[in-house]
Structure formats: C-alpha cells, structure tokens
Design a binder for this molecule. Sequence first.
Ligand code: AMP
Length: 215
Amino acid sequence: MNIILLGPPGAGKGTQARRLVDDRNMVQLSTGDMLRAAQSSGTEMGKRVADVMARGELVTDEIVIGLIEEQIETVDAAGFIFDGFPRTLAQADALGELLEKEGETLDAVIEMKVDDEALVARVTGRSTCANCGEVYHDETKPQPADGTCAKCGASEFKRRPDDNEDSFRTRLLAYYRDTSPLIGYYYAKGQHVAVDGMADIEAVSAEIKEVLDRA
Ligand code: AMP
C-alpha cells in the first residue's frame, strides 16, 4: 500500500508518517529529510539547495523526482508513505509514472486539513530530537526538563533553519500556489481523502487508520 500525506507546513505529516512506520512497517519517503541529509553530508546537491530551502522556496522538480525515483527503485517496502512529495503537478505526474513502472498503485492521498492561523504557531515553536526525530513544541510539548528525549533518551535537539516566521510565510505561499492544486488533481482521480489535522495526534492517527483500512 502506497499513500501520500498532503498538507501545508506544520500540518503534522512527519509526525503521522513516523507513526505509520512504527505501526505498519511502511517506509517514510520525506524529500525534506533527504534534502536535509544531503546538506548535512555536504554533497554538491545539498550545497546547491541550502539557500532555497532556508528561504522556504521549492527546490527543482528534477532534484526531488530523482531522489524519489532512486528510493522507489531500490527500497523493498511493505508500502511507501510519501511525505512532502509530490508538491507540484509535475511531481505528481512523475510519481504516477514511477509507481506504474514498478507495478505499484497509489492507494490513498490523505490531506491533513489545518487552520492557517494554527500553522505558524506550530512551526515556529518546533524542535526535534536529533537522534529519533521525535517532535517537541515550546508551548504544547516542551522538551523534557532533564534534557533527554522522552522517546529515545538522546540529549541533542535541533531546530530547522526554515522554521521561522519569514520562511514559513514563503512555504505557505508555495503550498497554496504549487501544491494545493494537487487536492483537485487527486480528487478527480478518486484518491483524495481529507482528515481533520486540528484534532490531537492520537485522533488524527485513528482517522488515518480508518482511511487505510478502507483503502
Ligand atoms: P519539508 O521538510 O517537507 O517541510 O521540506 C523542507 C524544504 O525542502 C521545503 O521548504 C523545500 O525547500 C524543500 N522540499 C522538500 N520537498 C520538496 C518537494 N517535493 N519539492 C520541492 N521542494 C521540496
């Protein structure tokens, strides 16, 4: 089973993707994580995209389609969760072709609906465990007082350079301009389902589970 988690920055796609990985043995394919990994390891491509990402703009279709192609062709998985990909119509077309080539189907496109006002607060207070990726938030889920991650015990946390208000506005604009047309695209293909991304994490997981059980 292959699914897309679709939604604006801060909708909770990464959080829900990680839960599906734990619960269903699926593999999370986050182009954002792949691009950040390329930056940390200092590859040429990582250096090329660093500024674009810090500003909150989209990197080229060619780069992200290449990253996804490599994963789909080489990783053997019970299913893929596409997180933050596709973000443009060209990427959506390319994904359809890649899956078809592998004899795979796209089983659901789950849009996580969240109020715009909630997003900026979610993103600007966000930090993650550098080891396991557990997400914390300064107001709603502060890092444990003993300075260690509640999930894995590691003691290093990080904040994304694009989780600031200026970059967030650019990311939100990119979402509405380039990514939100995918809602109509997948609706027309009969693959779109919306869930309430404003509900708490457990409730969103439960709603996603229902969608997947029906798919
Ligand atoms: P994310 O971690 O999904 O929020 O992505 C962080 C940043 O990586 C985005 O703001 C873009 O600059 C870049 N990025 C990630 N995925 C894509 C994609 N599918 N297409 C274009 N740019 C992307």
